[in-house]
Ligand binder design. Structure first.
Ligand code: GLA
Length: 395
């Protein structure tokens, strides 16, 4: 199993590389984590509930202010080139590749009237990319917290998350919800973030995995199917259409007790079976988040497992964002003794999160690897995730 680089080594390397690239010391160092979502998938753009956990994996940025309006961006994971931009000339769609995420945050901050200027930025991230673990949000949020400190903007974690989401929506052009950015800025070690995405009210729910003899095992299938982006936008549009047909602001406003009536009404209005299934997923998924929160509050961590597996079935059968690789990983994990497992993130590949007993971790990871080998798929990557801290200044 792989582990995240120790935070200290990661930070030291990022500061040193900054100096090598820019010939001066940075003003500071910041970190923003990726996330694994425990439950509450495709609910955030329906004003619903989510329950993510911050990963130990993070984007670390070394940043130095400049006073000439020039933004220079360099990534340890990029092609080696420094991307040089003029902050006053930043325009949505005008920056391609990874640099669009940090540049988009500077654009969103300036658009919102914050006096952010030029900077030299070096980013080194160990959040796996394309794995449904929010590597993009980590890139955005690390730049957001750095700018907040360097220009003394006084913005709170949720405000930074919303601006980072705006960067992704309007500058990069990805119609994501707010979960990933909120997870990256607001999570705290030892807990999961119970977030109401309508008003951003939140609570840290204790997640004492070690105390319960359990672990969160993340299985990255290393698969990312091409249809992911288009399908995400399509699902989102479907949910919005269903809400409109039902006359509610968002699907979050359909209580689970009224789901049968809502589905019947949609049928009368001519909505097809696929659209009705989207509604069924969102409504039952919001209920599953509340169920998991209640179980965690009650200290019954083991009982969370089957709720995760039920969530996967709903994403597979009703929301249809799963794929053969994540279905196989979930089935193999549960078969090998995981208490529960589900795909996590947007879907069409990416990762599976499994709740496993301490002594079953290696067995479950090996069973998934064996199942992948037998099916002719590439080897998955497995690691355990201890809930970490949200975005912060390191030095
Ligand atoms: C992606 C998006 C999130 C959320 C999830 C699905 O990660 O960025 O906003 O919609 O998919 O739950």
């Amino acid at each position: 199993m792989t582990t995240a680089a120790t935070a200290a080594t990661h930070a030291e390397r990022t500061a040193k590389d900054f100096t090598v690239h820019y010939g001066a010391d940075p003003d500071g160092l910041w970190a923003a984590p990726g996330r694994v979502n425990l439950i509450g998938e495709h609910t955030d753009y329906n004003d619903g509930f989510v329950l993510p956990v911050a990963l130990p994996h993070a984007a670390v940025a070394a940043v130095r202010r400049r006073d000439d309006g020039v933004l220079r961006l360099h990534s340890a994971q990029g092609d080696g080139a420094v991307v040089t931009l003029d902050v006053a000339g930043l325009t949505p769609g005008g920056v391609q590749g990874w640099a669009a995420y940090p540049a988009g945050v500077v654009w969103a901050l300036r658009e919102a009237g914050h006096p952010v200027g030029g900077a030299d930025v070096h980013i080194d991230s160990d959040v796996p990319t394309g794995a449904g673990l929010s590597s993009s949000a980590a890139l955005e949020c690390v730049v957001a917290v750095a700018c907040n400190d360097l220009w003394q903007l006084g913005l709170g974690a949720a405000q930074l998350a919303v601006l980072a989401q705006r960067a992704e929506n309007a500058f990069v052009g990805v119609p994501c919800g707010v979960m990933d950015q909120m997870a990256s800025t607001c999570c705290a070690a030892g807990g999961a973030l119970f977030l109401d995405t309508r008003d951003l009210s939140q609570r840290q729910v204790p997640l004492d995995l070690a105390g319960a003899g359990l672990r969160l095992l993340v299985l990255d299938t290393r698969v990312k199917h091409d249809l992911a982006d288009g399908a995400y936008a399509e699902r989102r549009a479907g949910c919005e259409r269903a809400a409109e047909l039902l006359g509610v602001r968002a699907l979050r406003d359909v209580p689970q007790s009224l789901l049968p009536q809502a589905l019947e009404r949609l049928e009368q209005l001519g909505a097809d079976a696929e659209l009705r299934a989207l509604v069924r997923h969102v409504v039952t998924e919001d209920a599953r988040v509340e169920q998991v929160v209640a179980l965690l509050d009650g200290g019954d961590l083991r009982a969370v497992g089957p709720v995760l597996t039920a969530g996967h079935a709903s994403l597979r059968d009703d929301f249809r964002v799963s794929c053969v690789e994540t279905d196989l990983a979930v089935a193999a994990a549960v078969e090998a003794g995981a208490l529960g497992a589900r795909m996590t993130g947007g879907g069409f590949g990416g990762s599976v999160v499994a709740l496993v007993a301490d002594d079953g971790t290696e067995r479950v990871a090996a069973a998934v690897a064996d199942a992948f080998a037998a099916a002719g798929y590439g080897a998955p990557r497995a690691f355990t995730a201890v809930p970490g801290d949200g975005a912060r200044r390191l030095a």
